[in-house]
Design a protein around this ligand. Structure first.
Ligand code: SF4
Ligand code: SF4
Length: 427
């Protein structure tokens, strides 16, 4: 699509501001009723989905030119998708998340980039990762694991560690545990080590569509050459890219997040917990595993108007409103671990508040990114939980950094860390 394809949507946006709040029937308190971190932080309408429709309309009509403010408005969007869920409560014919993505694509195409993002792009081009690290260090997380190394070795299931897990040493234990416990349950699993490449989901969210497509096609070709049938990842960004975006480029490989695989193994009786993990935890739904983790449904149809005003789609258009994301497997896992008590935050599932790490915001606006994480930590503290559990290294890193910066005592875990404790018999 092109930005021009969103011109009609920009006209249709009723400026109702519903996109700034979780749906009203979901509100439990005023404190945690907002859903859009961008408008909550900047407190100015242009920084909401509603405002970004207005900016898009203005650019398309030639009423605005590119300015630092226009760039700021576009790039401070986390592309978390919370606005999209709320807008779609009442409307079928607006896609604010897709609109803002298209706005970023256009800015990049027109050379309106941010220096902080260009550093990431240079790293992607030279070393196939977003972390500005040498590609030769990518597989170090798996040292000594004795796991099949594709493509030289063969395995039906490929474990994709992703950039954050591969280069963030303090998170290595999580991916090592994930591979170890899947192998221990008899899964024919391998890794690509230094040959693994970025999923490119993060650069897609920054607006670099061409870079995303180049990397996605390279990944699909590598998996096909290696004979991989299933890709498993513990990264929500990677999951979204592989599950939701790659099929648009022809990928037919099965994609699972680790939590889906583990939930399946528990149900089949192939993972047994040996000890209690006495802990009260709350679960943070990553945007890219939850509301954006819905399966891709191809649509090739036309938009029609009935009686001059009612918009319909023929055939009916798939409606991505977050309801079919991955919400139950992580909660089923946590409830099945002896000793773990799960207490929920006010904004959960498709109504979750973002961690603040997405859309290129962590890279370009660290202070704002940290504030978004702090807001979620406040919500977690209000539950009485002693730990936040999630299923994405980007969320976990952003929470850990915000906790350190504020001297908080809240613990942060990946769900795999707790599964590993219960299996290995560590209390
Ligand atoms: S984007 Fe949707 S929810 Fe937001 S103001 Fe426009 S119509 Fe209302
Ligand atoms: S995607 Fe997230 S940050 Fe961007 S406008 Fe929507 S709710 Fe706000």
């Amino acid at each position: 699509m092109a930005l021009e394809d969103f011109a009609a949507q920009a006209d249709r946006c009723s400026q109702c501001s519903y996109c700034k709040w979780i749906p009203f029937d979901q509100v439990k308190s005023w404190r945690f009723a907002k859903n859009c971190p961008s408008i909550a932080y900047h407190n100015f309408n242009s920084y909401s989905a509603r405002g970004r429709y207005a900016v898009t309309r203005s650019l398309l009509h030639g009423d605005s030119a590119y300015t630092d403010t226009v760039r700021d408005i576009a790039y401070t969007c986390l592309t978390c998708g919370a606005c999209d869920v709320s807008c779609k409560v009442c409307r079928y014919n607006l896609d604010p998340l897709e609109m803002v993505r298209e706005l970023k694509f256009r800015l990049v195409e027109d050379g309106q980039c941010l220096d902080e993002h260009l550093a990431v792009i240079r790293s992607l081009r030279s070393d196939q990762n977003t972390m500005q690290q040498p590609s030769s260090a990518r597989g170090a997380w798996a040292e000594g694991l004795d796991v099949p190394l594709l493509p030289a070795d063969k395995a039906e299931v490929l474990f994709h560690a992703g950039c954050r897990f591969s280069f963030d040493r303090s998170l290595h234990k999580t991916v090592r545990a994930a591979v170890t416990l899947l192998r221990g349950a008899g899964v024919d699993i391998g890794i690509m080590g230094d040959w693994e490449m970025c999923c490119a989901g993060r650069v897609y969210a920054m607006g670099y569509r061409d870079e995303f497509e180049r990397m996605a096609r390279a990944n699909i070709a590598a998996w096909t050459r290696a004979g991989v049938k299933t890709v498993v990842t513990s990264c929500a960004d990677g999951y979204h890219a592989f599950k939701r975006l790659y099929p648009e480029l022809g990928s037919q490989i099965e994609v699972l997040h680790t939590v889906e695989y583990i939930a399946r193994l528990i149900e089949q009786g192939r993972l047994a917990f040996r000890s209690e993990v006495p802990m009260t935890v709350t679960y943070h739904d990553p945007c890219h595993l939850g509301r954006q983790g819905e399966p891709y449904v191809p649509w090739d149809g036309v938009e029609k108007k009935i009686k001059g005003q009612i918009i319909t789609y023929e055939p009916p258009k798939p409606r991505y409103n977050g309801a079919w994301g991955i919400y139950d497997p992580p909660r089923e896992i946590l409830r099945s671990i002896p000793g773990v008590e799960l207490v929920e935050m006010e904004r959960i599932r498709e109504y979750s508040w973002c961690c603040g790490a997405g859309g290129g915001v962590r890279e370009a606006y660290p202070e704002y990114s940290s504030w978004v994480a702090s807001e979620r930590i406040e919500e977690a503290k209000a539950t009485g939980a002693e730990a936040m559990v999630s299923a994405c290294p980007w969320c976990e890193r952003n929470f850990m950094d915000a906790i350190d910066a504020k001297g908080e005592t809240m613990q942060v875990y990946d769900i795999v860390d707790l599964v590993q404790r219960a299996i290995a018999g560590e209390a």
